[in-house]
Design a protein around this ligand. Sequence first.
Ligand SMILES: Cc1cc2nc3c(=O)[nH]c(=O)nc-3n(C[C@H](O)[C@H](O)[C@H](O)COP(=O)(O)O)c2cc1C
Length: 182
Amino acid sequence: MLSRILVIIGSVRPNRICPVIAEWVASVGREILPAEFEIVDLRDWPLPMDVEPSIPATGDYRTDLTKAWSEKIAGGDAVVFVSPQYNWGYPAALKNALDHLYREWAGKPAMIVTYGGHGGGKCAAQLHQVLSGLKMKPVETMPGFTLSRARIEANAGKVDPVTEFAEGRSTLERAFGELGRS
Ligand SMILES: Cc1cc2nc3c(=O)[nH]c(=O)nc-3n(C[C@H](O)[C@H](O)[C@H](O)COP(=O)(O)O)c2cc1C
């Protein structure tokens, strides 16, 4: 049984909408699974790209921040990734956070939630491939939420998932169901 689920906020930029979406995703998850949900904001984890000399799969971490990141991810039973689509992929900050570790991800059930002008399906596909490379177990259903052009152009850091993503909520519930059974 999954008792602790980490929900990772994949965007770190100013004006981001990811935190609101991640909070909503976690709230839906809490309704469906009897687990503790913890939001993990990558903005709180400014992991440098150029300081760890060893290959992460060795677990030979030199910096306190990488060691703390390792403990944070090791402490979760499953991970929900909430990510915007950036240029058909996912944010560099998320790739960097993934690449800092290896064993901590391996074997964990995962869920991919994306958003973008067309739901972020291309981002989801890329993330699915990388998580599989990390030996995670992504659930089949990958909810993708569509942002209107006006919402993207406003870039105001605001979105109301409860009303704007209402149609896709059942997909999110299905994905959480799969996560709970994994
Ligand atoms: C660098 C960058 C690249 C983007 N590329 C895409 C894209 O390929 N497809 C898409 O639908 N939206 C794209 N967008 C628009 C985002 O979906 C939109 O800005 C969204 O709010 C980003 O999530 P965030 O605010 O949480 O960072 C892009 C935005 C940024 C900042």
